[in-house]
Design a binder for this molecule. Structure first.
Ligand code: ATP
Ligand code: MG
Length: 291
């Protein structure tokens, strides 16, 4: 999670309720929020100086696609696409990248599901062959497919990095009954989405869901199954035993690695070619998944 939360600023849409690395959220009223995906891009936890024009529109389209596809598994916070009528001062550009969502009472846990061993899961596995307290076979390599997807929750820290926790710790934090339900829902969402993505030649290696309560019902909130909240890999290039190229940001990461940047802000300016290639990659991901 972002540790770069800027001070509340005033815009044409009023006060920002929350500014993440990528999204700006506005409070419409007591029950609804307007979430706008900007074109900001982060790499190595730093928001880069250059946006990727059009990227935010793609992210919004992707979340909308999954909300609609997965609505039988659990209700979600999507309420409407914004219009000029319901939001004063909204620009054409903001209309294209915003969604109106129902405000939830957030459950402060990141519900992560992993079908493959990557990122912080792979890191932890190397120390004790476990991920979040789940013992795994001893012969796994980086990016190995797991026998079955596992639920590996983490804390949601407002500042700093989220921390992996065991299911038992989650139960102590939000209750056993709720934890069991969130685990089951998360695994169902992941299984359904990853089965579908495979038919499009995309592996969803892992993903993160957030939930809250709306009218006392467990509700999927935040973004869903975007490249910002998930690892998407290309089936054709999948090679266990190393880290995989991610579907979206790899071009930017590789370019940044080729510079002598120390990964502290400010980032070097991205060449036009890298910006264009990255946009094309995001667009491909959306088209491949939704066609
Ligand atoms: N329906 C909702 N009701 C209440 N809060 C929500 C809802 N949907 C999302 N949120 C919260 O709104 C915030 C959206 O912020 P956003 O994801 O843009 O930034 P972030 O999570 O702080 O940082 P990052 O850039 O790392 O994602 C998150 O704190 C999320 O938990
Ligand atoms: Mg977020």
């Amino acid at each position: 999670m972002s540790n770069i939360i800027n001070p509340i600023t005033e815009t044409n849409l009023g006060k920002i309720w929350h500014r993440g690395k990528v999204r700006d959220t506005y409070e419409i009223n007591n029950t609804q929020l307007l979430m706008i995906s900007t074109d900001r891009i982060s790499a190595f936890d730093v928001v880069l100086n250059d946006p990727i024009p059009g990227k935010g529109i793609i992210l919004t389209e992707m979340s909308k696609f999954w909300f609609s596809k997965l609505s039988d598994v659990v209700q979600n916070h999507f309420a409407n696409i914004p219009t000029n009528n319901d939001i004063k001062g909204i620009s054409k550009d903001e209309l294209s990248r915003g969604i109106i969502v129902n405000k939830a009472n957030r459950i402060d846990i990141e519900c992560v599901v992993r079908g493959y061993l990557a990122g912080s899961g792979w890191k932890e596995y190397q120390t004790n062959q476990m991920v979040c307290g789940i013992k795994l076979p001893s012969d796994l390599v980086e990016s190995s497919k797991l026998d079955e997807p596992i639920f590996t929750p983490s804390t949601k820290e407002e500042n700093g990095h989220d921390e992996n926790i065991t299911f038992k710790q989650m139960c102590d934090f939000v209750g056993t009954d709720l934890s069991g339900k969130l685990k089951e829902i998360s695994l169902n969402l992941y299984n359904m989405a990853s089965d579908y993505a495979l038919t499009k030649n995309i592996i969803i290696a892992d993903t993160k869901f957030e939930f809250g309560f709306i009218n006392n019902e467990i509700t999927l909130i935040d973004e869903a199954l975007t490249p910002d909240s998930s690892r998407f890999w290309d089936v054709d290039n999948y090679t266990p035993g190393k880290s995989q190229d991610s579907y979206d940001k790899q071009i930017v990461r590789d370019w940044l690695e080729s510079t002598d940047w120390n990964k502290e802000p400010p980032s070097p300016n991205l060449p036009k070619e890298i910006i264009n290639k990255t946009y094309i990659r995001y667009k491909e991901a959306l088209e491949t998944l939704t066609n």
